[in-house]
Design a protein around this ligand. Structure first.
Ligand SMILES: C[S@@+](CC[C@H](N)C(=O)[O-])C[C@H]1O[C@@H](n2cnc3c(N)ncnc32)[C@H](O)[C@@H]1O
Length: 230
């Protein structure tokens, strides 16, 4: 029997999936119009996500189109069929394979040159952080690279369990509320956390609540390279 806390995390993650399924049609209106957003796109251009790219939690495909400027092909995974339908319409005729799957149980069927993670890492609870990064490792070729873009933005009314909790509540336009995970990662802490798991990912802040990260597995592999910075 799995511990009660684990089952509670599962329930929260199911509610998060339900939120994005219900929100899909309105998701594009929910973008954060805050300073720093444009820096993410510029950073991705500079990163040049060449080769075969895996996009995790692709949503309505906003980043998929950007990735296609550099890649030979994209595989885009998301739990929401509604989001995937919007994304598929946006990139019709281009080399994109869409997969509907829960990223907490999904197993990749091949490896990629680049894994792109847009506005998803902040929705991964602390309890699943390590296993999520082991999935990312399983998705990458030997010298594969990772790019993360995300934000640490939470409004006071979302913080139903207070600022120290990563559980928040959001509302869709018809008023229905859902609990979600939103971890307000701070770039330096995130970089250290990833370093402890054997990743070499430089995380950079922007002028606003956004941050981006780029890097790869540390040479010695996960778990074998310890970050000694304090
Ligand atoms: C904040 S949106 C990000 C979408 C897109 N990457 C972007 O930046 O516009 C989060 C996405 O995660 C997806 N999602 C939520 N839970 C998921 C899960 N367990 N497995 C896969 N995708 C999930 C949602 O359907 C939604 O499309």
């Amino acid at each position: 029997m799995r511990p009660a806390e684990d089952r509670e995390v599962d329930r929260l993650l199911d509610e998060q999936v339900a939120y994005y399924r219900a929100l899909a049609a309105d998701h594009l209106d929910q973008g954060l119009d805050l300073p720093g957003g444009s820096e993410l796109a510029e950073a991705l251009e500079a990163f040049k996500p060449a080769g075969s790219v895996l996009e995790l939690a692709c949503g309505p495909g906003v980043w998929t189109s950007r990735l296609l400027r550099h890649t030979t092909d994209v595989t885009a995974v998301d739990a929401s069929p509604q989001m995937l339908a919007i994304a598929a319409a946006r990139v019709a005729g281009q080399p994109v394979r869409f997969i509907q799957a829960d990223l907490f149980t999904w197993k990749p069927d091949r490896r990629y040159d680049v894994v792109f993670i847009g506005f998803w890492l902040s929705h991964v609870p602390a309890e699943r952080f390590e296993s999520f990064w082991s999935l990312v490792a399983d998705c990458l070729k030997a010298r594969g690279r990772v790019f993360i873009a995300d934000d640490a933005y939470r409004t006071p009314d979302e913080l139903i369990e207070g600022p120290s909790s990563s559980t928040i509540r959001r509302r869709i336009p018809d008023g229905t509320t859902f609990r979600l995970v939103k971890v307000p990662h701070q770039p330096a802490d995130l970089e250290r956390q990833l370093g402890r798991l054997g990743w070499h990912i430089k995380v950079t802040s922007t002028a606003g609540p956004f941050y981006w990260g780029a890097g790869s597995r540390a040479a010695a592999g996960p778990g074998t390279q310890r970050d000694t910075r304090t």
